[in-house]
Design a protein around this ligand. Structure first.
Ligand SMILES: Cc1cc2nc3c(=O)[nH]c(=O)nc-3n(C[C@H](O)[C@H](O)[C@H](O)COP(=O)(O)OP(=O)(O)OC[C@H]3O[C@@H](n4cnc5c(N)ncnc54)[C@H](O)[C@@H]3O)c2cc1C
Length: 391
């Protein structure tokens, strides 16, 4: 049985792996660092459940109840909260309500052991745990075993808030065997996700350049550069370094192939509430919160979303923008594949990350100890030769 005919058909959500009754599916990383399912033909019994449950190929359940949806421009009342969040910090207000009800929140954060080198979805039932999910990480968060865990919590009767990209939220609904009254979901307006492999290569390159160890990093550093600018900050041995290398690669659209045919980039939202940056706020709410510190846009799509919003809205300042025509391209069409897409990945495979950072993001690598990019590549070649020699 062929599960993924072309890469555009798979968003890497792991649903097929988790629903397979024969445990015949494993996720494997491709050369670009994206996960794809691989079927073990000796175990597969051709039952077809994997394809049936694949929301990306079979379509997702439309959940929007309101047309138009209720829309609000939002900012958390506490500056410390919205400055720590990507947009206006509405995620914190909504998830606080779930935590107060002794519920659990699922989101994307740095792994507890590997830190910022590995972004994964996990569960939080405390504020401290939930705060790890704040801020947008522009790589694909690994869902790991989260879907079975969510189901377990729902079956136990716990209130669950699941947050993620449209494809992750759609996949969760496809995975669950039935509807649950104790489940709330937040989806994100999403441009696309890069691979964790590129991010890790980037961090290792910075370590070489600065001669130290990465402690933490922000994919988009609002505190240093403002909400609208796109620059990453990496902290190495206690010192922050702000650059525009990874941001340029993200802007260059070397994202997951399925993002170019994403079925969720429209107004038929899949979550109870949709979160976004409030681009276009200058025209919709002129003069309001015009300080480059971040504003959230939320779309309330279902009655369940409405219930959650009503319970959380006292924590935030907000303005009704239901009649405002949103400019978000990712609520109309998927991101367009760039002409240079294949060339980038060929260069990456052949020449490595530092080469691509220079060619596609204009960054000349300066390794500590006097090496430039040529020296780095030369060292890599020598290392491979030595390795092959040994084999
Ligand atoms: C990959 C990505 C692309 C985005 N593209 C756009 C866009 O094109 N236009 C737009 O208007 N908004 C986009 N957003 C949404 C926006 O950046 C904010 O996430 C959103 O406005 C919420 O902000 P906040 O201040 O309420 O939340 P914050 O407190 O910053 O919370 C962040 C929330 O995002 C989740 N999250 C963070 N990283 C990931 C990830 N890698 N995968 C899944 N979930 C994640 C967390 O679990 C948490 O629920 C994107 C977000 C991501 C993660």
């Amino acid at each position: 049985m062929e599960l993924v005919k072309k890469k555009e058909d798979c968003c890497g959500c792991r649903t097929c792996e988790k629903v397979c009754p024969k445990d015949a599916i494993r996720m494997e990383e491709d050369l670009c660092g994206f996960l794809y399912p691989k079927i073990d033909p000796d175990k597969c019994v051709d039952c077809g459940l994997c394809l049936q449950k694949c929301a990306f190929q079979s379509g997702y359940q439309k959940r929007k109840e309101y047309d138009p949806f209720y829309a609000y421009g939002v900012r958390h009342k506490k500056e410390a909260v919205y400055m720590d969040s990507r947009s206006g910090g509405v995620f914190t207000a909504l998830s606080d309500h779930i935590l107060r009800r002794s519920g659990v929140v699922y989101g994307a954060g740095p792994d507890r052991e590997k830190g910022i080198f590995y972004i994964r979805h996990e569960e939080a039932d405390t504020e401290e745990g939930r705060n790890r999910f704040r801020g947008s990480k522009y790589v694909q968060s690994d869902l790991n075993d989260v879907f079975p865990e969510v189901k377990k919590r729902l079956d136990e009767g716990r209130t669950v808030l699941f947050t993620g990209t449209g494809c992750q939220v759609g996949a969760l609904y496809a995975y669950l065997p039935r509807g649950y009254d104790n489940l709330y979901t937040l989806d994100l307006v999403c441009y696309g996700v890069m691979s964790q492999k590129l991010w890790v290569d980037f961090l290792h390159m910075r370590e070489k350049e600065k001669g130290g160890k990465v402690e933490t990093a922000e994919f988009r550093d609002k505190k240093t550069c403002g909400w609208k600018a796109h620059r990453e900050t990496v902290v190495i041995d206690g010192k922050p370094y702000t650059t525009r290398i990874f941001a340029k690669l993200f802007g260059g659209k070397w994202i997951r192939p399925s993002c170019f045919s994403c079925i969720y980039t429209n107004k038929e939202r899949v979550g109870d509430i949709t979160l976004a940056d409030f681009w276009g706020h200058e025209d919709a709410i002129p003069g309001m919160w015009d300080d480059d510190k971040g504003i959230s846009l939320i779309l309330v799509n279902t009655s369940r979303g409405r219930e959650l919003w009503e319970a959380a809205k006292d924590e935030v300042d907000y303005v009704d923008v239901t009649t405002y025509p949103f400019r978000h391209s990712r609520m109309r069409t998927p991101t367009k594949k760039p002409d240079t897409y294949d060339a980038f990945w060929m260069d990456y495979e052949k020449e490595g990350f530092a080469f691509c950072a220079e060619k596609y993001a204009g960054h000349k690598m300066k390794a500590r100890g006097g090496g430039g990019p040529e020296r780095e590549e030369g060292l890599a070649r020598k290392f491979i030769k030595r390795l092959l020699g040994r084999i």
